[in-house]
Design a protein around this ligand. Structure first.
Ligand SMILES: [Zn+2]
Length: 598
């Protein structure tokens, strides 16, 4: 759904786009019946489970569940925003988009204004560094061996020790507080209502987007206070979870070298970069997110992580590791000598030392097992179990089956336990939590919290194939009785379209919803599921039956809970009433089952 472009135009663009043609420039499509198959570009796999349907103009992966239409593909794979994806397809298909200015001047100019404000603020901070007030900051950079050239390239700057120097500067330019606040540059005092500069007495690191525009700022205080580092809050332009510091400068080098070095902080990146190790990005203290990794994957599939040799660094590495593996990256870990970070290490050991460190990087297994052996006693049964518990999720994420079995063997050797036991434990892991170390607020949930049931998906599939099923559906069950909220939303949309005698094309349905991935995944899953249904009438009946029964089961179990509660409260009258209700529902179910048997 786009607030800027009318739905009809979005539909027209989708109709004039051939998803097969579009995707064939990204993946190797092979004809398979009416559809095309390929190895999924979103997860690592050997046998193709990624499907493209020319008839329905959607794609779907059985492996990772990702799916959608042509627009969703560009959003998910190329990390485009909706308008950009739409524009790309409009150009390819020759559909004329409404003039951008006429679309929504407020929104477009807001992004432009924000970009301009950031650029001005960066220039202001940069300028300070050359002034007398910036002398200490300049010395600070030089003391940390940051060269003049690096200062210029990365547009490093200084925010002076003042509550309002930046505000005053922008006031003289006529920029309002609102814009500055939305750029994250000023903060409001909640008691007084007054505004003050966010960054004070700090050296400033502008954070760039992939196209070299300043989207946010990082600051390191020169005072003896903590925290040492502060960043811009999330803004319209700056999204923490999908930004990697330095990538705008390093992306071409990453592509050339075919691997990326991942570090944590600003200086960890600046010093190696300056020493000509340029295929490097920094995560800026946040744990790696799947979004960040998908952006990296456009440039390489190989990563070496370098983290501080402290405990915080270790935890961050472990977290990042599992996410990298899940996204199908090959990962190695370089460990720094205790007490040093990439920045201080490079300063001392120069490029040669740094390259040697990379060369000595270890494979995930060796790295993690050492940490776990320090953490738990590997010679006690309890310790062994704990080590296995933490190691197996990592192993299960490996895409390479051969490597997986090698690691199972290794782990069995380290723990002195039976290889088969490890193997069978591994099978259990795969089905449980996808990210053992992942923080709760991942921007992309790796797995749906409550999946739509197969029956619900199948009903959707039947409706897409033949909307006339809608009448039958409504006779049997209420749309609201479907368990999955998104399925309910899609059903309601289909009903609305049908009531107003509009066509129901799956690829259109997708873009009528807010760019929620779940809707796309559910719709594409339904389309794929629909293709293998032979007896549609019977399947429909069975599904509705299942949904009703499932609802009754749900009612029964909630009644059971209520009965228990009433029993605890010794409310015998209520218990009696609930029992009657419970038996009625139960009987209803049995009657139906009997009817079915005869
Ligand atoms: Zn996939």
């Amino acid at each position: 759904m786009s607030p800027l472009v009318p739905n009809e135009i979005v539909d027209e663009i989708l109709d004039k786009t051939d998803i097969v043609e579009l995707l064939s420039s990204y993946v190797e499509l092979k004809k398979s019946g009416q559809n095309f198959k390929a190895r999924c570009p979103f997860h690592d796999e050997k046998t193709p489970s990624f499907m493209v349907s020319p008839a329905k103009q959607i794609f779907h992966c059985f492996g990772c569940g990702i799916g959608g239409n042509a627009i969703s593909f560009l959003i998910k794979y190329e990390k485009m925003e909706f308008p950009e994806a739409l524009k790309t397809l409009a150009e390819k298909s020759g559909v004329k988009l409404p003039e951008p200015r006429k679309m929504d001047p407020a929104k477009i100019t807001f992004a432009e204004k924000l970009t301009e404000t950031n650029a001005r603020a960066a220039a202001f901070y940069q300028d300070n560094l050359n002034k007398k007030i910036g002398e200490e900051a300049y010395r600070y950079f030089r003391k940390r061996d940051v060269s003049e050239k690096t200062i210029k390239l990365f547009k490093l700057g200084y925010a002076q020790d003042s509550w309002n120097s930046l505000s005053y500067y922008f006031k003289s330019l006529g920029t309002g507080f609102e814009l500055l606040s939305k750029a994250g540059l000023i903060v409001q005092n909640t008691e007084k209502g007054s505004w003050y500069d966010r960054f004070r007495n700090s050296v400033i690191f502008p954070i760039f987007g992939l196209r070299h525009k300043v989207i946010g700022f990082g600051a390191r205080t020169l005072a003896d206070t903590s925290p040492k580092y502060t960043n811009s809050p999330e803004t319209f332009l700056y999204k923490k979870g999908s930004t990697l510091y330095g990538l705008n400068f390093s992306k071409e080098f990453i592509r050339k070298k075919d691997y990326v070095i991942i570090v944590e902080g600003y200086f960890d990146l600046l010093l190696p970069f300056q020493e000509d190790v340029k295929n490097i990005v920094a995560t800026l203290g946040t744990a790696l997110t799947p979004d960040q990794i998908r952006i990296l994957k456009r440039f390489t599939k190989n990563a070496i992580m370098i983290y501080d040799a402290d405990t915080a660094g270790e935890a961050a590495t472990l977290r990042g590791l599992d996410i990298l593996l899940s996204e199908g990256m090959n990962v190695r870990i370089a460990t720094l000598p205790k007490g040093s970070d990439p920045d201080s290490f490079v300063r001392k050991e120069k490029k040669e030392g740094f390259l040697k460190l990379l060369k000595d990087s270890r494979d995930i297994f060796d790295y993690k097992i050492d940490i776990l052996k320090n953490k738990f006693k590997s010679d006690t049964p309890g310790g062994k179990a704990k080590i296995a518990n933490e190691m197996l999720p990592t192993i299960s994420r490996l895409a390479n089956e051969v490597l997986k079995s090698v690691y199972v063997k290794k782990l069995a050797n380290v723990l002195l336990v039976d290889e088969e036991a490890i193997g069978s434990e591994l099978k259990k892991v795969k089905k449980s939590f996808p990210y053992l170390y992942a923080p709760k607020n991942l921007s992309i949930a790796p797995q749906k919290i409550e999946r739509a049931s197969a029956a619900e998906i199948t009903v959707l599939a039947l409706l897409f194939d033949n909307p006339a099923f809608m009448e039958k559906l409504e006779k049997e069950v209420l749309i609201n009785e479907f368990k999955n909220g998104l399925v309910v939303a899609i059903l309601k949309h289909i009903k609305k379209q049908r009531d107003s005698k509009k066509e129901i094309a799956p690829s259109h349905v997708i873009s009528h919803f807010d760019s929620s991935q779940e809707v796309e995944n559910i719709v594409s899953e339904a389309i794929v599921a629909g293709e293998s249904i032979t007896d549609r009438e019977k399947t429909f009946k069975d599904c509705i039956e299942w949904i009703k029964k499932n609802n009754q089961k749900f009612v029964l179990s909630s009644l059971q809970l209520q009965i228990k509660e009433a029993e605890v409260l010794k409310d015998s009258k209520e218990v009696g009433r609930l029992m009657v209700e419970y038996n009625t529902v139960l009987k209803e179910m049995q009657v139906k089952a009997d009817v079915k048997k005869t």
